[in-house]
Design a protein around this ligand. Structure first.
Ligand code: ZN
Length: 142
């Protein structure tokens, strides 16, 4: 029984480490099931919570969405595509500096999630290559 638990936890960690796309618990569950058939969603939730408590995964709570699990442990920020839902890692040191200044000024920052929302490169690209018309809309500018 113990061995099975360890195997499930290891599989959960391996799935997270291999994924760069900030999986939800459901997505982790579907991928763990490929390696450990018969694993339950409840077990995956418990293992995710265990890994979070051990500091081996970060929980990313973005506006209006389910919790996502992030194997990148160092401080970083995120870009969320509103069209396809992809979450990409970003590095915004200046924004984090502002949070640190706030803390130095006596504010207690409990949760820090700096996320930008918009369209990823793939969703922002026009379907048939770049349009020339947009670039020439301000002819006077260099
Ligand atoms: Zn991330």
């Amino acid at each position: 029984m113990k061995q099975r638990e360890t195997r499930q936890l290891k599989a959960t960690l391996a799935v997270l480490a291999a994924a760069r796309d900030h999986l939800t618990a459901e997505q982790v569950y579907r991928r763990v099931r490929r390696h450990v058939p018969g694993v339950s969603l409840g077990t995956v939730y418990r293992n995710l919570d265990k890994l979070r408590a051990q500091g081996r995964v970060r929980v990313l709570q973005l506006a209006g969405g389910p919790a996502r699990y992030d194997p990148t442990l160092h401080e970083h920020d995120h870009f969320v595509c509103e069209a396809c839902g992809t979450v990409t890692d970003l590095d915004l040191p200046r924004a984090r500096g502002a949070v640190r200044r706030l803390a130095r000024a006596g504010f207690v920052v409990r949760t820090q999630t700096i996320a930008l929302y918009g369209l990823c490169r793939a969703c922002a690209a026009p379907p048939h290559g770049p349009r020339a018309a947009g670039a020439a809309s301000h002819p006077g500018e260099a």
